[in-house]
Ligand binder design. Structure first.
Ligand SMILES: [Zn+2]
Length: 213
């Protein structure tokens, strides 16, 4: 089960003090989606772990934690449109990490969570926008980690879910050229089929043919 507890945090941007729910523990049973969104109950903790200061809009998992480069923080936070929902909050958190620290990995994770939150809210346009931002970050990450098959599979799935089927197929080709294991090859084949069918729906790893053999 998922457990939570309240804890006070001081905003690293404006100093406002507020109480935020913290995740004590959770569990995860079952296969992830193709973009590695976890199964329940961890899946539903998406709305618990990201926080936003009500005073200034600073968004991070722990609002008392500033980016490494704090000099521009106030300007960055005030330049972003105030988040109206959970997807916006993740999106802003990603933008803050990107603009302050050039932190592509954190930005990637935040944008992907923004897409998942938009999926949950049924906001397809917002989900596509967040996935396109996540894709730009993946592209940058793969420049220094070009043989990361997990990341390439995520990239292929994010592109497919954003309706960018040509980009999805390009990533799948790269995976097929890498020395990968049997699971990666099966997932790449499944992803190739979905992208070829121009299927932009959410699919689970368990659906990939032969994956649980
Ligand atoms: Zn604040």
């Amino acid at each position: 089960m998922t457990t939570m507890f309240p804890m006070s945090e001081i905003c690293a941007n404006c100093g406002a003090v507020d109480t935020y729910q913290q995740l004590g523990s959770t569990n995860c049973f079952g296969w992830s989606d193709l973009d590695l969104r976890p199964a329940e109950m961890q899946r539903s903790t998406i709305g618990v772990v990201m926080h936003m200061c009500k005073e200034c809009g600073y968004a991070w998992y722990d609002v008392s934690e500033a980016p490494k480069n704090k000099v521009m923080l106030a300007g960055i936070v005030s330049s972003l449109p105030r988040a109206k929902d959970l997807s916006d909050t993740y999106f802003n958190a990603g933008m803050i990490r990107l603009l302050a620290d050039d932190d592509h990995e954190s930005a990637f994770n935040c944008f992907l969570n923004a897409a998942w939150a938009a999926d949950d809210a049924g906001d397809a346009a917002k989900a596509v926008k967040a996935r396109c931002k996540a894709l730009v970050q993946v592209h940058t990450l793969l420049k220094t980690d070009g043989e990361n098959a997990d990341l390439m599979l995520m990239a292929a799935d994010i592109a497919r879910r954003a309706g960018e089927f040509v980009i999805a197929l390009e990533y799948i080709e790269k995976i097929e050229k890498c020395e990968t294991d049997d699971i990666h090859r099966k997932l790449a084949a499944f992803e190739r089929k979905l992208a070829g069918d121009e299927d932009d729906k959410c699919h689970n790893i368990s659906e990939a043919p032969g994956i649980d053999e």
